[in-house]
Design a protein around this ligand. Structure first.
Ligand SMILES: Nc1ncnc2c1ncn2[C@@H]1O[C@H](COP(=O)(O)OP(=O)(O)OP(=O)(O)O)[C@@H](O)[C@H]1O
Length: 650
């Protein structure tokens, strides 16, 4: 699972550099444009209603509880209007006419008011609790779905989508999608209150009921116009949120490069441009809200005024009493606030639909690589075979052609070639991060496409060049929550990866935290931790993609020798740059521009192929330079504890 992420961060190194336009800052991708268009017009309302229906169907229990609370709350609101009318009729008017204080009637009125208020508060609390848990449960459910989908989708899909956008999909979009769920029970309760109130109005006086009846369609029309106008604005704001998230993520990720190149000002300006665009989009959303929301909330208040005017006339003509006029006016006043719940739901719908569309685009993405059902019960080191393999990246770059070679059981094969010759692509195909376009990759004679996921994961381990270290303990980083590895097994893996020295020197040992992305570790220490992670499962084939580049050459030799030991034998496919590593291999596959230029032992190739000999001696010179400059860790010299002290001192 997490290996995929680690690999995607490695393969990310093939993405165009920061500042290029291919993969970054792609603010107008078809992906987002589709969303923009699909949310226009009436579609928003229909899709919004479907979204709410989906939330209700998914969480029927909490929805029912919150609706019970909402109906209790709004019924008690209507009830309080009647109680107020009754108090005016039975307590206030007699008291005014008879000029005496009616103790018993007042006490009864206070008692009833307290009871109604208690029920109203209970209803409100139940509604809020139910609505909040419905909203957060839906958000959690969809966050899980989106992340599961990310892990299912192949590396090729991830290479086309920016990490920041993916973060936005799993966070801001999921949140936006289920935001209208919070005021939904209030809205349903309000609708039930409207029915109740309208019924009561018709019973009391038809003419005043007509005033109310004229008011509510106006409210509905305003809400629909609001949703229509809001839809494109909300879509744009939501899309820009993802852009800012992607832009921010890239800035933090590339902070070191930016600082080292002295590009802080340009980077700040670039981020500011994206942030300003989002600000302007959000202001446009806010402006529209500022126009519509007061109109929506002021209408019931205008209604109250109209009721008072028409009501006075009806009172004079003897059609209603004072208590009824008070009840009706009070009803309009208390309805003004709940009616806004309709506006809240309607106002959130356009943004929700945009978020929902973006989430669904991720969930609908195809390209998962189905696994087969074949198992391999072989306990011996695996045999890996590439047969006439060709592979092109999704953007059309042809990376491999006609690749045929074998890593025999228990043997070590080194992949050697100039940069861009296809070494990492072969490593990716070997562990099935991608499938060959032509030909086949076989493990013990079985096409890797036919093997189960578990069979592949147990048999092969890839160690990428960029070792991803999680913000966890040493133990967590080695086991990644897989199986029940004992501490002895974890230590054994660390020993084999030559990582036990710097870890045992820390009193916390396996429980030592390594910091976000292993900030407390040196590059070589991170690589050795990553090696231990691969070794703990005792895979039958290790694929090392320049996995020991930051490790001292002597330590690297010890690691590779361990892989050939009788105790934990494994076949090894290693992308190698050092003469020492290459000469340890039983065979060398020499690549040139995606094809095999030569194949044989190191000594054979040194004699027969001058390009190979030139490349290896160039590697040798570069290596000598790095050793002179002291680039490698000396495991004995730097311990985890020292590294942590050093980092915290910074
Ligand atoms: N994600 C990608 N999308 C498109 N083309 C890619 C991608 N990754 C690699 N390539 C291309 O495929 C070819 C082989 O790349 P690969 O990374 O396998 O080479 P390599 O030998 O491992 O290089 P290096 O030694 O620099 O790591 C190159 O031409 C490269 O530009």
């Amino acid at each position: 699972m997490t290996d995929t992420k680690a690999e995607s961060s490695k393969t990310g190194s093939h993405s165009p550099p920061a500042g290029s336009t291919k993969n970054n800052r792609d603010t107008t991708s078809t992906h987002t444009n589709d969303l923009y268009d699909s949310t226009k017009g009436d579609k928003t309302l229909r899709r919004g209603m479907r979204l709410l229906g989906h939330a209700i169907k998914t969480e029927p229990r909490v929805f029912t509880i919150s609706i019970f609370g909402a109906v209790l709350h709004t019924t008690m609101l209507v009830g309080s209007a009647f109680v107020t009318g009754l108090i005016v009729d039975r307590v206030v008017i007699p008291a005014a006419q008879e000029e005496r204080f009616l103790v018993a009637a007042t006490a009864a009125a206070v008692g009833v008011l307290i009871l109604v208020s208690c029920l109203r508060i209970t209803g409100m609390a139940t509604r809020r609790l139910g609505a909040a848990s419905m909203q957060y449960r839906m958000q959690a459910r969809y966050r899980r779905k989106v992340t599961d989908q990310y892990l299912r989708l192949p590396v090729s899909w991830h290479q086309k989508h920016q990490t920041g956008t993916l973060l936005s999909n799993a966070n801001a979009d999921v949140e936006a999608a289920f935001r209208p769920v919070a005021p939904l029970p209030f809205m349903v309760g309000t609708l039930s209150m409207l029915v109740l109130a309208m019924g009561s109005l018709f019973v009391m006086d038809w003419m005043l009921a007509m005033v109310a009846l004229a008011l509510f369609p106006v409210l509905l029309i305003i809400n629909i116009i609001f949703a229509r106008k809001m839809s494109p604005r909300a879509a744009r704001a939501q899309r820009l949120r993802a852009v800012v998230s992607a832009s921010g993520h890239e800035s933090f990720d590339g902070a070191l490069v930016v600082k080292a190149m002295g590009k802080e000002a340009e980077e700040t300006e670039r981020f500011a441009r994206d942030a300003d665009e989002l600000r302007d989009a959000m202001i446009r959303v806010g402006r529209l809200r500022a126009v519509f929301e007061p109109a929506i909330s002021v209408l019931p208040e205008m209604g109250t005024l109209l009721v008072l005017v028409v009501g006075m006339y009806r009172l004079q003509s003897g059609h209603i009493g004072v208590d009824q006029l008070v009840t009706i006016a009070f009803l309009f006043t208390i309805m003004a606030f709940p009616i806004r719940a309709i506006g809240w739901v309607m106002g959130e719908l356009p943004v929700a639909v945009v978020g929902w569309n973006r989430v669904n685009n991720v969930l609908a993405a195809r390209g998962e690589m189905p696994y087969g059902d074949k198992l391999t019960d072989n306990k011996e080191p695996a045999t890996l075979t590439f047969e006439n393999v060709a592979y092109a990246y999704p953007d059309g770059s042809r990376a491999l052609r006609d690749i045929t070679f074998e890593v025999p059981s228990g043997k070590t094969v080194a992949l050697v070639g100039a940069t861009g010759s296809g070494k990492s692509t072969i490593a990716s195909l070997a562990v099935r991060l991608a499938d060959a376009d032509n030909g086949s990759v076989k493990l013990d004679g079985i096409d890797t496409r036919e093997l189960t996921h578990a069979a592949l994961a147990e048999s092969i381990a890839l160690v990428p060049q960029i070792a991803f270290v999680f913000d966890d303990t040493v133990r967590g980083n080695v086991t990644l929550g897989r199986g029940d590895y004992s501490d002895e097994e974890v230590w054994e893996a660390l020993r084999r990866a030559q990582a036990d020295g710097f870890i045992s020197s820390n009193p916390e040992g396996l429980d030592a935290e390594v910091g976000e992305r292993g900030t407390t570790l040196s590059g070589g220490q991170r690589q050795r931790l990553s090696l231990a992670r691969a070794m703990v499962g005792q895979p039958r084939l290790m694929v090392l993609d320049d996995a020991t580049s930051a490790v001292d050459p002597k330590v690297e030799a010890a690691i590779l020798a361990g892989l050939r030991s009788d105790q934990y034998p494994a076949s090894v496919l290693v992308v190698a740059y050092r003469r020492a590593t290459i000469s340890l291999a039983d065979e060398v596959v020499f690549l040139r521009e995606g094809t095999i230029a030569a194949h044989g032992t190191h000594d054979e190739l040194m004699e027969s192929n001058s390009d190979y000999a030139d490349l290896v001696s160039a590697y040798e010179q570069a290596e000598a330079e790095r050793v002179r400059e002291g680039e490698f860790d000396e495991p004995e010299d730097i311990t985890l504890q020292e590294a942590q002290t050093e980092v915290s001192a910074k």
